[in-house]
Design a binder for this molecule. Structure first.
Ligand code: NAD
Length: 370
């Protein structure tokens, strides 16, 4: 079934779309609860000036699939607030507290941080309604970027992908685009497993060392606020040079759509494990798979953050979160790569089929579908 009020509804959802309009408070927001068959929806609160309802729906659906693929007892949802995230702090606090009060009764939606919001914002929301994930440590939160939840999961996905591709992880050459919360921890975890991190980039440029970068020294350099290209332990190259570094594993951990039809032929990797969300356009993905490149889709490989949030919500510890991330991402990467190989389909299709089947099964077990 397609169609519905907005034109983007289908058999899975969205279950509920809520428009919040409080002009006196300067609050304009949309909450989309896509599907709650697996449990209450977890999804970030995005604050930006150009957000749309349709974007909110697409992000909520992505969360339904990501949470189901990860095997969490949570459905997918999302909220967008149309406002400037760089507004004065006191104003931002007032707006987020107003937003929290407005969603008090939407108990099937658990807000988390996203673009334009952070753990402090979640603390304000939690203070109002007692419901939010991604909280500061002092409030029982597990700081997922600080502990490197997503990078930890990416390293596990790389381990599994290497086994499927018949490549030894130890000594494998790795190139990482983006050296923020995701890329930094992926580099650290893979170096600990014996990989050679041959190139890393950030928004200013690329640093290359075919013998392997000293990741600990590079992390210390970056922590001083220096761009990676100014690191003395490698050769500085242009921003786009990261694309064509010969390697076994290439990890996008920066922006969406970085690999597209115009540059896909420059990539010289055997495996791409996606840390960023939608870093490869569909056409480029098809071309890479036709060339025999093994792809681990974003919502399988980068689910470490949301798994960590689910553990936090359930009152678990940091150690439990890290163990669960490894367990779930190992099992899911294996399931997706096995299915793609067996059915001769793209790994993204295999991942979506796995997630959709889990949601449909959960819906069939609920009295009213979801
Ligand atoms: P971040 O802001 O901490 O880091 C982003 C990094 O990318 C920075 O090093 C920045 O310099 C670099 N960068 C920006 N533009 C670049 C470019 N054109 N070329 C090379 N590098 C560039 O962000 P993050 O939390 O590490 O997230 C990275 C990506 O992963 C985003 O797409 C995010 O949505 C996605 N993601 C993050 C998490 C998480 O747990 N943080 C979870 C799932 C997905």
């Amino acid at each position: 079934m397609a169609g519905g009020w907005f034109g983007f509804e289908d058999a899975l959802g969205p279950e509920q779309v809520v428009h919040l309009w409080r002009p006196r408070l300067g609050l304009e927001a949309v909450v989309v609860i896509d599907n709650t068959a697996c449990g209450p929806a977890i999804g970030g609160v995005r604050m930006a000036l150009d957000v749309t309802t349709e974007e909110c729906f697409r992000l909520a659906r992505a969360m339904t699939f990501k949470n189901a693929a990860a095997g969490l007892r949570h459905g997918g949802g999302k909220a967008v607030i149309r406002a400037d995230p760089a507004m004065p702090l006191a104003e931002k606090e007032r707006l987020l507290r107003a937003f929290a009060c407005a969603i008090r009764d939407l108990t099937r939606y658990i807000p988390g941080p996203d673009m334009g919001t952070d753990e402090r914002a979640m603390a304000w929301v939690h203070d109002e309604i007692g419901r939010a994930v991604g909280l500061p440590r002092e409030l029982g939160g597990i700081p997922l970027d600080e502990i490197g939840a997503t990078g930890h999961g990416l390293a596990v996905a790389c381990e599994v992908a290497c086994r499927f591709a018949g490549i030894a992880l130890e000594g494998a050459r790795v190139a990482i685009q983006g050296f923020g919360a995701v890329g930094r921890h992926a580099a650290r975890r893979l170096a600990e497993r014996g990989c050679r991190i041959v190139a890393v980039s950030d928004s200013k440029g690329t640093i290359v060392n075919e013998q392997g970068l000293d990741v600990v020294a590079l992390l210390a350099h970056k922590a001083k606020g220096e761009p990676v290209a100014r690191f003395s332990g490698g050769r500085a190259e242009s921003l786009s040079a990261i694309l064509e570094v010969p390697c076994e594993i290439w990890i996008p951990a920066a922006r969406p759509d970085v690999i597209h039809e115009g540059n896909v032929d420059r990539l010289r990797a055997a495996i791409v494990v996606s840390g960023a969300n939608i870093p490869i356009t569909p056409k480029a993905e098809a071309e890479l798979e036709a060339r025999g490149v093994l792809l681990v889709p974003d919502f399988i490989a980068n689910a470490g953050g949301v798994i960590c949030a689910a553990v936090e919500y359930a009152g678990g510890s940091e150690a439990q979160a890290l163990a669960l991330i490894a367990e779930k991402i190992r099992a899911n990467t294996e399931a997706v790569l096995t299915r793609a190989r067996r059915e001769r389909i793209a790994t993204r299709h295999a991942a979506e089929a796995l997630a959709r089947e889990r949601v449909e099964k959960a819906m069939s077990l609920r009295r009213f579908g979801s």
